[in-house]
Design a protein around this ligand. Sequence first.
Ligand SMILES: Nc1ncnc2c1ncn2[C@@H]1O[C@H](COP(=O)(O)OP(=O)(O)O)[C@@H](O)[C@H]1O
Ligand SMILES: CC(C)(COP(=O)(O)O)[C@@H](O)C(=O)O
Length: 288
Amino acid sequence: MNPSAVTAFCPGHISGYFRRINGATPAATGSTGAGIVIDSGVTARVTRSPRTEIRIIRRDAQGKTREQIAGSPILQFIMDRLGVTASVVTECSLPIGAGFGLSAAALLSTLTALNRLFCLNLSEHDIALNAHEAEVRFRTGLGDVAACQGGGWVVRDGPGIDARIHRRYDLTGPLFAISFGPIHTPSVLGSPRQMERVAAAFPKRTPRFGRDLFSLSQQFAVQSGLATPEVRQVIHLCSTRNIPASMTMLGNGVFAYGPGARCILEQFGEVFECRVAHSGARIIGESA
Ligand SMILES: Nc1ncnc2c1ncn2[C@@H]1O[C@H](COP(=O)(O)OP(=O)(O)O)[C@@H](O)[C@H]1O
Ligand SMILES: CC(C)(COP(=O)(O)O)[C@@H](O)C(=O)O
């Protein structure tokens, strides 16, 4: 029996450091790097409709609507590619364009829900491939879809969704983040000069444990030239108090680990709390 409505969720991803890798196809293009899959992401609710209508809603912790956006080119693209029309409403609480991997989360949650709604028989691999190719084509991301196929803090050995990914779960405490504003991901990923600096700043080793990811990410943020003055200020303050912290790639913001991070970050703006996710995109509801 085909459902009339399906809801799916996908975690977000905070990238700590990355290096672009160009392949012969969008599927073979992506990034190597490391980051944290987080339990705050995107929920997508899809219902049958003769016309595609896409609405993005961002809500605060109390459920109050903070932002509404009509349309999402990357979601329109994948729906056209699948040859389906539907009403899509996505919801998130983290700010969009701020380095939380929400474009990837929106793609994976929407594709997962559409797959069930229309009984498309897509495998998880097919879904991830469609999402990854859209990210690469629109320059909205490189490694987030690969990371969000599961949970944990992750080290990705290569580009695309089939490269080796190491998932670890020793970061068991709370994560906190602030955003000073978005960074236009496509502009950075489309800049050869920026990508050269990113490659030159790429760490020479991988993190030995969760907290070590923050140290390597911090060095990367500064050496790549991506760290803004406000990000540097907050990261420095966290370091003086031995709080692991770094820049949310690619967003003008900071993420930090441990209960002591909240009182430092809240001096600079609204603080978002999350934890390491333990799984990737999944269906969370459907109605007959
Ligand atoms: N929650 C969402 N729902 C639908 N589309 C989204 C969502 N978040 C991002 N997108 C789409 O992806 C595009 C790029 O987002 P991006 O800057 O990569 O965000 P992030 O840094 O959080 O991944 C946005 O302009 C929007 O079209
Ligand atoms: C850092 C980034 C290239 C972009 O991340 P976002 O802006 O969150 O889409 C990510 O996709 C990665 O490959 O690590």
